[in-house]
Structures are given as structure tokens and as C-alpha cells.
Design a protein around this ligand. Structure first.
Ligand SMILES: Cc1cc2nc3c(=O)[nH]c(=O)nc-3n(C[C@H](O)[C@H](O)[C@H](O)COP(=O)(O)OP(=O)(O)OC[C@H]3O[C@@H](n4cnc5c(N)ncnc54)[C@H](O)[C@@H]3O)c2cc1C
Length: 466
């Protein structure tokens, strides 16, 4: 464990996904008691995780700092480039290599792995750190009852804690208890996301697909199309190729399902791909049963903390990103890191609410800007055919013809600044800064007022004695 707080309290974390497990590790590292409640059973989790996930440098650096570098390296590969092609023709339009200098400065790496691999690393680390992780238990209601909040499970069992953390994903029950409505459910529906993998052996056996496994650098492949897009990358730990597709919603009146659980018919996915290049079609034929999730563009939520200062939401529950976003897992882990850093300074109960509100203050701008960037990126890669899409593609072709990176050229300096900000961000440093700038100040002011109160009492009692 790193720092220990003066006061250890009990946290109940609803949801044992990336955010919930990262939160358990981070809070245990600073000495708090943590119970995680996850509704899926261990066996279901293995069946429900269907694809690859990308971890950018801003998150890998946190996980390395928590001592998980070795475990992560066993299940991931390090990527160094992105290659871009046109979705319907397969025309190669350019590439971008993550410069070593950029990565060195961010102190992290770009890792690709299987979602279930990441979940297992986090789960094992949470248990090893001393958290209790209960799977197969569903939370059905939340009661933020002053300073003794509690949850009720589907079995009727009631559990109490000092703080309840909602890490229960986009349709969060904790978020509903805080905000009073289902923000995710009522947000507009943008497109559909399919998530699947293709066995590496099948890809290597096909001369058209084998090159995805034999490049000298580990690349991510992005296909940009009209109202459609695809992303492919090798998944570490397993001999698989992760495949994401973003496609238009199915025809009106058809209720598209919305769960990561998978079980979608592969033919249905293939029908949704529309006109697409032969290699993508081949991969889609060889792919495993996919998961299908609705992609929504959700506006920032105003309240992440309840009125009593005992419930808080993190991860997708607080700031849902478009499904398949690069920063989905990263924002969840950053949240966990910041929350725990703040609670490493806990001395008295009245600080609980202050720290939860400080957590929201520290995180909301960063998350809103990342969500907006991810929404913008998705729209950019799915631009409908027309002048903007032509301009986008021609610009990339020109840069490639000039031997430049697709994300480089005239605006390289701007890009560099943006990447430094996005990937170089250190969530734990931000929380430390808050403590030094505001937290300590507040503590000293509180101590001064207590000292004055004590002085006043002594003074009054002296008067009385005389
Ligand atoms: C099964 C699954 C597979 C995924 N696969 C991928 C993938 O392959 N690639 C990718 O990029 N992203 C994937 N994601 C999404 C990704 O995990 C998130 O975008 C991101 O990492 C942040 O996650 P989160 O922990 O905030 O939310 P989530 O990942 O949604 O986790 C929330 C967790 O809370 C649990 N939960 C919800 N309600 C309750 C309740 N009432 N009681 C108890 N538990 C509850 C859920 O079962 C879930 O495990 C997947 C998510 C899930 C749930």
C-alpha cells in the first residue's frame, strides 16, 4: 500500500467492471475497506466479454504505477502505429506512427488486449490488495440515508457502508438515485457498435489477411466510410484480432438491443456492414459471435454526488463515452486513481462529502473534454459521403504522398500539444495538486477555527471563575 489515511472507512462499489475493480485496487492501496458487488457471475463474465480494448498511455502509466506492468504485459501487446484505409474500397490513405518521444514524455504505452484479460488482471489485483469481490449479486435499490447509505440486493440482503460508489456502467442504478432520471436511456441514439474477434490462425491462413499479423510494427487499422467505420487490432494474450464496427441503426421500428453480452447472429452483423472492402468482409465471415451495443452521444451530467455527500458515480456511470472509444477504460481507471488519492488524506468523517465533491470538480472538465473528443472522432471517421468527406480523404492522401504522417503536417505542433495533454495527463498528480492547493488550505482553516473556538471557551470559563 502507498499512503494510509488517518481514518479508514467502508466503501461499497456497485459494479465489478473496469471502473469498479480499478476503484477497489486504488482504495485498498490507501487503506480503505472495499466490497465490490458485481451482478454477473464469474462464468458469465468470461462469456460476456467479446472483444479487444485499447489502453492509451494515460492509463497504462497508472496501472504500471500500481505494480501491474508485469501482469499486463502477459496479456497485451504494445502498439506503435495506426494505418488508415477507406471502408468501402480498402484504399490505403495514410499512416501515423506514435513517436517514441511522445510516448516517453507521457510515461505510458499504447496497449491492446482482450477485455476479459484486462478484467482478470484487475480482478486478481483487487483480491490480492484485500478487497472483497462478490460476483453474481445484483443491486436492486440504493438508499442514501444521511450518513448511513445502504444498498439492497436482489436476494433482499441489505448492505451498509460509509460511501457507495456507482461503477455500474451506462444505465447505472446509482446514477438514477443521484440524478433522479435515466440520463443514458433518454439520450439520442447515434449508431450501432458491433464488437467481435477473429482467430489469428484463420487470418494467417488467408493471404489477404495474413499481413495484419506480419507487419514489422504493431498497428491499429482504421477504416473510414460513409456513415460506417471499422477498427482492427491484434489482441495481446490471445491469438486474436479485435474487430469493431460502427454502422447505422437497423431499420426504423426494429428495437436494437443494447448489451455487451453478445450472442448476436453473425449474419445479422454482416448484413449491417453495407458496402465494405473484401478484407473486412472476409474477417466478418471468420469472426466469433459478436456483441451489439447502441452508441449514444450523452451530454455531461451535472451531479455525480448525492445531496448527502455519500453516493458518487464513476466510469461510464458518470460520463458515458461512445461504445468502443479509445478512452473508455482509461477514464474509468483515472477516476479510480483520483478518488483514492483524495481519500488517502481522510482524517475525519466530515471530509467525506468534501472529497466526493472535490472528485467531481477534478474530473468533470477532463472527462467532458475527452467524451467530446471521442464523439468528434467517431463523427469524423464516419463522415457521410460529400464535400467534407472528400476533403478529409484528399488531405490524408496529400500528406501521404508528401511522406508525412496523416496526423502531422502543418498542424503537427498543435497535434503534439493535444496529444501531450490527452496522453500526458497524470490523474494522480492532479489529485495531489488539489490537496496541496485546496485540501490543506481547508484543513488549516478548519484547525484555526477550532483553535479559536477552544480559546474562546477557555477565556469564557476564566471570566466565570473570577
Ligand atoms: C461485459 C462487458 C464487455 C465489454 N467489452 C468491451 C470490449 O470488448 N471492448 C471495449 O472497448 N469495451 C468493452 N466494454 C465496455 C468497457 O468496459 C467500458 O467502456 C469502460 O471500460 C468503463 O467501464 P465501467 O466499468 O465504467 O462500466 P462497465 O464496463 O459497463 O461495467 C459496469 C459493471 O457493473 C455491473 N452492474 C451494472 N449494474 C449492476 C447492478 N445493479 N448490480 C451489480 N452490478 C451491476 C455490470 O455487470 C458491469 O460488470 C465491455 C463492458 C462490459 C460490461
Amino acid at each position: 500500500m502507498s499512503e494510509k489515511p488517518g481514518l479508514s472507512i467502508d466503501f461499497l462499489v456497485v459494479g465489478g467492471g473496469i471502473a469498479g475493480l480499478a476503484c477497489a485496487i486504488a482504495l485498498r492501496r490507501v487503506g480503505h475497506n472495499v466490497v465490490v458487488l458485481e451482478r454477473s457471475s464469474d462464468a458469465d463474465i468470461l462469456k460476456m466479454s467479446h472483444g479487444g480494448i485499447r489502453l492509451p498511455p494515460n492509463v497504462s502509466k497508472i496501472l504500471f504505477h500500481w505494480g501491474l506492468e508485469h501482469a499486463l504485459r502477459q496479456v497485451s501487446i504494445t502498439a506503435t502505429a495506426v494505418e488508415i484505409a477507406i471502408y468501402d474500397t480498402g484504399e490505403f490513405v495514410g499512416t501515423h506512427q506514435w513517436e517514441e518521444e511522445v510516448l516517453r514524455e507521457t510515461r505510458g504505452e499504447y496497449l491492446f488486449l482482450h477485455h476479459v484479460g484486462l478484467r482478470r488482471v484487475l480482478h486478481d489485483a483487487a483480491i490480492a490488495a484485500g478487497a472483497e469481490v462478490r460476483s453474481g449479486v445484483s443491486v436492486v435499490s440504493i438508499n442514501s440515508n444521511g450518513d448511513s447509505p445502504h444498498v439492497t440486493l436482489a436476494t433482499g440482503e441489505t448492505l451498509m457502508a460509509d460511501v457507495i460508489v456507482g461503477a455500474d456502467g451506462r444505465s447505472s442504478i446509482v446514477q438514477k438515485a443521484i440524478v433522479g432520471k435515466d440520463v443514458y436511456g433518454s439520450s439520442p441514439y447515434h449508431c450501432l457498435f458491433y464488437n467481435t474477434t477473429v482467430p489469428g490462425a484463420l487470418m494467417r491462413a488467408d493471404p489477404d489477411l495474413a499481413p495484419f499479423f506480419s507487419q514489422h510494427v504493431e498497428s491499429m487499422y482504421l477504416w473510414m466510410g460513409s456513415g460506417r467505420s471499422a477498427l482492427g487490432f491484434r489482441v495481446g494474450g490471445k491469438d486474436e484480432f479485435g474487430l469493431h464496427f460502427w454502422v447505422p441503426p437497423r431499420q426504423e421500428g426494429v428495437c436494437d438491443d443494447d448489451r455487451w453480452g453478445g450472442g448476436v447472429d453473425l449474419d445479422e452483423m454482416r448484413r449491417q456492414l453495407g458496402p465494405c472492402e473484401p478484407r473486412l468482409l472476409k474477417m466478418a465471415k471468420l469472426a466469433a459471435t459478436p456483441a451489439r451495443v447502441r452508441v449514444k452521444m450523452v451530454s455531461p451530467m451535472e451531479d455525480w454526488v448525492d445531496e448527502h455527500g455519500r453516493l458518487v458515480i464513476i466510469g461510464e456511470a458518470a460520463h458515458p463515452l461512445p461504445a468502443g472509444s479509445l478512452q473508455g477504460g482509461a477514464m474509468a481507471v483515472e477516476d479510480a486513481a483520483v478518488l483514492a488519492k483524495l481519500f488517502s488524506h481522510l482524517r475525519t468523517e466530515d471530509q467525506i462529502s468534501t472529497f466526493l465533491h472535490a472528485f467531481q470538480d477534478l474530473r468533470e472538465d477532463r472527462c467532458a473534454s475527452v467524451v467530446q473528443t471521442e464523439q468528434g472522432n467517431l463523427c469524423f471517421q464516419m463522415l457521410p459521403a460529400g464535400p467534407h468527406q472528400e476533403e478529409r480523404d484528399n488531405e490524408m492522401r496529400t500528406k501521404t504522398a508528401q511522406g508525412e504522417s496523416v496526423f502531422g503536417g502543418g498542424e503537427a505542433a498543435e497535434q503534439w500539444e493535444h496529444l501531450k495533454e490527452l496522453f500526458g495527463y497524470d490523474a494522480e498528480d492532479e489529485a495531489d495538486d488539489w490537496w496541496v492547493k485546496w485540501g490543506l488550505l481547508r484543513e488549516r482553516a478548519k484547525q484555526r477555527s477550532l483553535d479559536m473556538e477552544a480559546e474562546m471557551k477557555t477565556h469564557l470559563s476564566n471570566i466565570h471563575i473570577r
